[in-house]
Design a protein around this ligand. Structure first.
Ligand SMILES: [Zn+2]
Length: 141
């Protein structure tokens, strides 16, 4: 196994073992972020014209209790870096969900109607996400 750290340096498993555990989690986190940075903008660009919204900025971060969040006034969305370990359709759902909050901040009937129209399978995706653990298991990154 090899892993690329945030400086773009490839560490093999032998080198990784020499890295203290605290630092190792940080390397995995940076790696997860870099993987997400490759796909998140693609999904955002796909959904901006469909939803008629603009994401001014997105952020990737560790989140303990949720998969994503949205600041509708600022036009920002935040995504849990743990999503890197989930199927891509679930990542896409969280992105669509947070982008729908740019139209409707609350989980109102209007919000549900937006999801029903644009992402009809959203309930399945939501149920699947609810069954998955949210926060990182640092012993098994
Ligand atoms: Zn929501």
């Amino acid at each position: 196994m090899a892993i690329i750290n945030n400086a773009g340096v490839i560490l093999n498993s032998h080198e990784l073992i020499e890295v203290p555990i605290s630092k190792r989690a940080e390397i995995f986190h940076e790696w997860h972020k870099s993987l997400l940075h490759e796909v998140v903008p693609v999904f955002i660009q796909k959904w901006e014209p469909k939803l008629h919204v603009t994401v001014k900025r997105y952020f990737l971060q560790r989140m303990k209790t949720r998969w994503g969040s949205c600041n509708p006034k600022a036009g920002h969305i935040r995504l849990n870096t743990e999503l890197v370990k989930k199927p891509k359709d679930l990542l896409e759902y969280v992105i669509v969900h947070e982008m729908a909050h740019l139209i409707e901040p609350n989980h109102s009937d209007r919000f549900v109607a937006i999801l029903d129209k644009h992402y009809p399978n959203w309930r399945e995706a939501q149920n699947e996400l609810n069954e998955l653990p949210i926060s990182a298991n640092l012993a098994n990154p």
